[in-house]
Design a protein around this ligand. Structure first.
Ligand code: BGC
Length: 753
């Protein structure tokens, strides 16, 4: 293959090479007939296949396919195997439909709940997000189909998404925004990676040499291709030089013309172009090599899988008086237009034309065979207007029922790719409906459909809340199965639900001003912020109820002391203590109780999903390594472990820690301090080698500063008073005893030590 590609490059004209660096139309790479180079096709996803079969004046016509639950649901399943299975099905579908690359998954962090594309993103936590992306990519690529991990990086809002300049400090970028991609880039090796539209610290991602080459390739060892988000190229030549090989979609010859001119003018090295061509040819031939000749996929079977995935990803948020699962109910009222016309996916490029959709109302009727099920529309999904006729009808049906199920949530116009929300409220007609129905019926279960958190003002007026998110085309069956107890809810939140929008850490800086946004909250995204500030959320990160109960016990780590080069095996037991089979998502957080570093109270570093029969107990083992304890140290530009004690916390959610142990971790990397004229006395005192030198000089310094009386009485106070004195101050205060030459000599000695 390498030889073939080398020969091809040697035979290509400059024009042919340049032409290969951008696509044809929206979805294909270029073919060069003269050299037998075929085109490959890519298509959106990533929770189903959105293959455009015809582009005409009426818009895109897309293939009918199976709409799986989007990333918001997949992440709430916390189930690596399940997400991998979804990936496998997507891969099979792509094979059958001649698609070489599916454009996803998207691993951007949910910085604000307002981001219009949050439904496409996994989590506010980079570890969970990266694990989910990892599983997704592994699944798709196991079928010989490539993925495009997107949008690299820090595409965390839709507002001004093509030009916004995200100002992010280095540590935050590393620990949160890049961290969400890093593991899946290294482990799952996506065939392609899609660069984001936005700028990071003044540079467009498409032209970000440090991002696309320095970090991605040199540091993380990425060997796949970098493709632009659709239209993300600003200056084609700069992008090519930064490491962006393929421009998508076609720029109608503009991009290639610029490349040709730049090579001719000596601005762009032909070897840089050759490298990009090599990467593109690698991808094309890899895709061809992996193409299968047999085409088999069964949409109905995949639909059943979509139902199952939805079930495993919905989150039971409230279950007062054990109203759920529904027991014997002879009269049930189902209210809300979403029960007939469910909102089950988000808007924009990931929108799938579903080949069939389960209707919640029908699915409920199928399971409530002995009950009389009445429906009332409750609101009109096309408007926010409160319509009293609908509400009165709903109240009447609710009053006559023993139990009322209300379907509410965000209509598509509220959240989509392309724009952000400005508030977290449900439509007024949904809220009013629930408040009014609650006046006549106390047994209310609300099923929510939304791609990102909402405020829940009526929480205390209802007994049950099932967060269905956007459950894909099988959500209707999944909801019915869960509320009637055919299955046990086992999803947990991959994001925090704040009580109010202004509790969110990004609130003061979202979506920014003009085309500038400052990530001023730094690393304190999501639960990292709420915990540190002691702000109680409505529902914490990692939270979700079950119809059964679980006990945690016997936590042990295989060592009590490790170095940062060793791994630690943490094991514990989980037991199903209830009467129903269920699955528990167990979460491992790491905390550093004593630290000199500004860090969150704790961070997620491991998790597992455990299936248990009633009474059954299983052991869980989670391995921790250096990264589980490290923070990104900008001085050494590397991950670093502060030596000392760490708490290992095992919880059912971030707010429900059940077990705890301590381990001591010692860093094998010594960070050598660098001392200079403005190093303070206090900083020097922290260095055991420098401390005696300073103590010796203390008398002299305090005298020079006119503090010798204090110094005599209480040397400790005197020392404290000079703590912030920079070393250069010694020259002024020592009355000539301390000179520039002496300072230089001391600094030299200290730095050499
Ligand atoms: C989106 C990508 C998508 C691409 C192709 C862009 O606008 O940001 O996520 O894959 O369009 O449709």
């Amino acid at each position: 293959m390498e030889k073939r590609i080398n020969d091809l490059i040697a035979n290509m004209t400059l024009e042919e090479k340049a032409s290969l660096c951008s696509g044809v139309g929206a979805w294909h790479t270029k073919a060069i007939e003269r050299l037998d180079i075929p085109a490959i096709m890519m298509s959106d996803g990533p929770h189903g296949l959105r293959k455009v079969i015809e582009d005409d004046e009426n818009g895109n016509q897309t293939l009918e396919s199976v709409c799986f639950p989007p990333a918001v649901n997949l992440a709430s399943s916390w189930d690596r195997d399940l997400v991998k299975q979804v990936g496998q099905i997507l891969g099979e579908t792509c094979q059958a439909e001649g698609i070489s690359i599916i454009l996803g998954p998207a691993a951007n962090i949910k910085r604000s709940p307002l981001c219009g594309r949050n439904f496409e993103y996994f989590s506010e936590d980079p570890y969970l997000s990266s694990e989910m992306a990892n599983a997704h990519i592994t699944g798709v690529q196991s079928q010989g189909v490539g993925t495009s991990l997107k949008h690299f990086a820090a595409n965390n809002q839709e507002h001004m998404r093509m030009s916004i300049n995200a100002h992010i400090d280095e540590r935050t970028l590393r620990e949160i925004y890049l961290n969400s991609f890093e593991r899946s880039v290294k482990e799952a090796k996506p065939w392609t990676l899609m660069c984001a539209y936005n700028k990071i610290n003044d540079i467009f991602c498409s032209e970000h040499q440090e991002l696309l080459t320095g970090i991605l390739r040199d540091e993380w060892g990425y060997e796949g291709l970098v493709v632009s988000d659709w239209g993300a190229v600003n200056e084609r030549v700069d992008a090519l030089q930064a490491g962006l090989e393929l421009e998508m979609p076609s720029s109608d010859g503009i991009g290639e013309k610029k490349i040709i001119e730049a090579v001719k003018a000596g601005i762009l090295k032909e070897s840089t172009l050759d490298h990009a061509v090599r990467m593109i040819l690698n991808l094309v031939f890899k895709a061809l090599e992996n193409k299968r000749t047999f085409h088999a996929y069964d949409k109905n079977q995949d639909h059943s899988k979509a139902q199952k995935v939805a079930e495993e990803s919905m989150v039971l948020l409230r279950n007062k008086d054990h109203i759920l699962p529904i027991k014997e109910s002879k009269k049930i009222a189902v209210i809300g237009e979403f029960a007939k016309k469910p909102r089950y996916q988000g808007g924009g490029s990931s929108h799938i034309k579903s080949f069939k959709v389960d209707t919640p109302l029908d699915e409920i009727k199928k399971l409530a065979t002995d009950a009389d099920v009445e429906y009332a529309q409750g609101y009109d999904i096309n408007t926010d207007e409160i319509d009293n006729t609908y509400i009165e009808e709903a109240k009447e049906k609710a009053q006559q029922s023993e139990l009322t199920i209300v379907f509410a949530g965000l209509p598509e116009r509220y959240e989509s790719e392309g724009y952000d929300r400005t508030h977290l409220k449900l439509p007024p007609n949904h809220n009013r409906l629930i408040e009014e129905v609650a006046k006549v019926q106390e047994n209310i279960i609300v099923v929510l459909s939304n791609g990102s958190p909402v405020e829940i003002p009526w929480i205390n007026s209802v007994k049950g809340i099932l967060e269905a998110y956007l459950g894909g085309q099988g959500m209707g069956r999944a909801v019915a199965n869960l509320i009637f107890g055919k299955s046990n809810p086992c999803g947990k939140l991959a994001e925090t639900f704040a009580v109010r929008l202004n509790h969110n850490p990004s609130y003061l800086n979202f979506p920014g001003e003009g085309d500038q946004v400052h990530y001023a909250e730094g690393i304190f995204v999501g639960y990292r912020y709420y915990e540190k500030k002691e702000i109680n959320p409505l529902f914490p990160f990692g939270f979700g109820l079950s119809y059964t109960s679980f006990d945690y016990s016997q936590l042990r780590a295989d060592k009590t002391e490790i170095t940062d080069e060793e791994t630690l095996q943490v094991s514990f037991k989980v037991k199903n203590t209830g009467k129903m089979q269920g699955k528990e998502i167990v979460q491992l957080y790491v905390a550093k109780p004593e630290t000199k570093i500004i860090r969150p109270l704790k961070e997620l570093k491991g998790f597992a999903k455990v299936e248990l029969e009633p009474g059954q107990e299983k052991a869980v083992t989670i391995e921790l390594n250096k990264r589980s304890f490290a923070y990104y140290n900008t001085a050494i530009k590397d991950w670093h472990v502060e030596s000392g004690d760490y708490h290992i916390l095992i919880g059912a959610s971030s707010a429900d820690i059940r077990l705890q142990t301590t381990v001591s971790v010692t860093s094998t990397v010594k960070i050598k301090p660098f001392y200079h004229r403005n190093t303070t006395i206090g900083e020097l005192m922290e260095d055991p080698k420098a401390k005696p030198v300073i103590e010796q000089m203390a008398q002299q310094i305090t005298k020079g500063m006119g503090l010798s009386d204090i110094s005599k009485e209480n040397p400790a106070i005197a020392l404290n008073m000079v703590r912030y004195l920079p070393l250069r101050g010694l020259i002024n205060f020592s009355k000539g005893a301390f000179t520039e030459a002496i300072l230089e000599e001391i600094l030299d000695k200290l730095n050499r030590n």
